[in-house]
Design a protein. Structure first.
Length: 409
């Protein structure tokens, strides 16, 4: 579990459900580069074919003119150039006005700026929904696109905070069920260190560490405990000798760099204490339900950045074992979210397929209890692992986007 800058579904990444829907992106600072840039608040215009070969329609975003400018509806792939003519930043959704499902979105559309929304429309009814900051949402007029509905991009019914509470509770229970095992295995590691049996300590280190890694979606609720238990030397001026370097990786470094048992006792005692405190305090913690889908994506995104590059190997050479545990943790999150995703994500079977492919690619680097270190993989095997894990990360971005709680009012 490694902390990255937060992934922001819908505001920084496209939604790629079945490769059909693109959610236009706009960061709140308005720095995202898009074709055409800012319009300077020009008036909406009718459909036109742009350099990208697609028909463009300029649409107004404001409290009094949400959706104004869409007067020539047509089917197929197209671009809406959304211009915020108000004095407030806004979110914009293209929706089905009957059931509220969303075909595409732009977040953080600043005053006087234009951003593109690329969609594929079939026959049916559509309406823009504008949500300016600090004021009520406005739904524009319903526009009817003639023709059959087939051929259009899919839409997803937004997930509410209430929808996410049951899977969040189920995931908290999953974590709770593993806390005693974490304490037991960490205690075995500590005992081996205190008895001076470093061979036994090396054998006990990985099983304890993997129990912790499989609880990856909970790290936001672990707070400072995550850094104490599983922190690295990143940001520590003293590196491996910094007093702030504690937990599993501190012990790993010592065990595989000829530290004495007496020199590791303090680190082992502290880890054991921190893990017990985490277990005892967990029943009082509450995960944010809105984070669950995001964590499913982040676990594997972090795995690609840290474990598959070997950046978190402090001597044991077990990064691929950690990656495999993270894969198990991702599946645990998806299993709790599956009742919500089944009806919203037509690409869910593909997510499952890439989970299996990544598992097989990682397992091929295991021989019994031994895992090939990342830097000893042959080129072909390393490329296969990176490719399958990367493809999985892209598909998990859909899960994060689909479970992003969108503003309703």
């Amino acid at each position: 579990m490694r902390r990255l800058p937060p992934f922001l579904p819908g505001s920084q990444r496209p939604l790629l459900i079945a490769g059909a829907v693109a959610v236009a992106a706009a960061v709140a600072a308005g720095t995202l580069a898009t074709a055409g840039g800012s319009s300077g608040g020009r008036a909406p215009r009718g459909p036109a074919t742009a350099a990208d070969g697609l028909r463009h329609t300029s649409v107004e975003v404001s409290e009094g003119g949400c959706g104004k400018g869409w007067t020539h509806p047509h089917r197929g792939k197209q671009v809406f150039d959304l211009t915020n003519t108000s004095s407030r930043a806004a979110e914009v959704y293209l929706t089905n006005p009957v059931n509220g499902s969303v075909y595409g979105e732009v977040e953080g559309l600043g005053p006087g700026t234009t951003r593109p929304l690329r969609v594929i429309l079939g026959g049916g009814s559509y309406a823009f929904r504008c949500l300016p900051d600090d004021t009520d949402a406005v739904t524009g007029p319903t526009v009817t696109v003639a023709g059959p509905a087939r051929g259009g991009g899919p839409a997803a019914v937004p997930v509410t905070q209430q929808d996410l509470i049951p899977p969040a509770i189920a995931y908290q229970s999953y974590v709770q069920d593993r806390m005693d095992e974490l304490v037991r295995r960490t205690d075995a590691l500590r005992s081996a260190v205190r008895e001076g049996d470093l061979a036994a300590a090396r054998a006990a280190w990985l099983p304890a560490h993997l129990v912790y890694e499989r609880m990856g979606a909970a790290y936001g609720a672990f707070g400072d405990a995550d850094g104490a238990i599983n922190g690295t030397t990143a940001g520590l001026s003293g590196g491996v000798r910094d007093p702030g370097f504690t937990g599993f990786h501190r012990i790993e470094y010592g065990l595989w760099h000829d530290a004495s048992a007496s020199g590791l006792r303090g680190a082992a005692d502290r880890l054991d204490k921190d893990v017990r405190a985490l277990r005892d305090g967990w029943p009082q913690q509450r995960m944010d339900p809105a984070d669950l889908g995001l964590r499913a994506h982040e676990i594997m995104e972090n795995t690609v950045q840290f474990e598959l590059t070997g950046r978190t190997d402090y001597g044991s050479g077990t990064n691929l074992a950690t990656a495999r545990a993270n894969l198990d943790g991702t599946r645990a999150v998806l299993d709790r979210l599956r009742p919500l995703l089944t009806s919203r994500d037509p690409g869910l079977p593909e997510v499952d397929s890439w989970l299996d492919r990544t598992r097989k690619a990682l397992d091929a680097a295991r021989q019994g209890d031994h895992w090939t270190p990342v830097d000893r993989l042959d080129r072909g095997r390393r490329e296969k692992i990176n490719a399958t894990a990367g493809a999985l990360v892209e598909r998990l971005a859909d899960v994060a986007a689909l479970t992003d709680v969108r503003r309703a009012r």
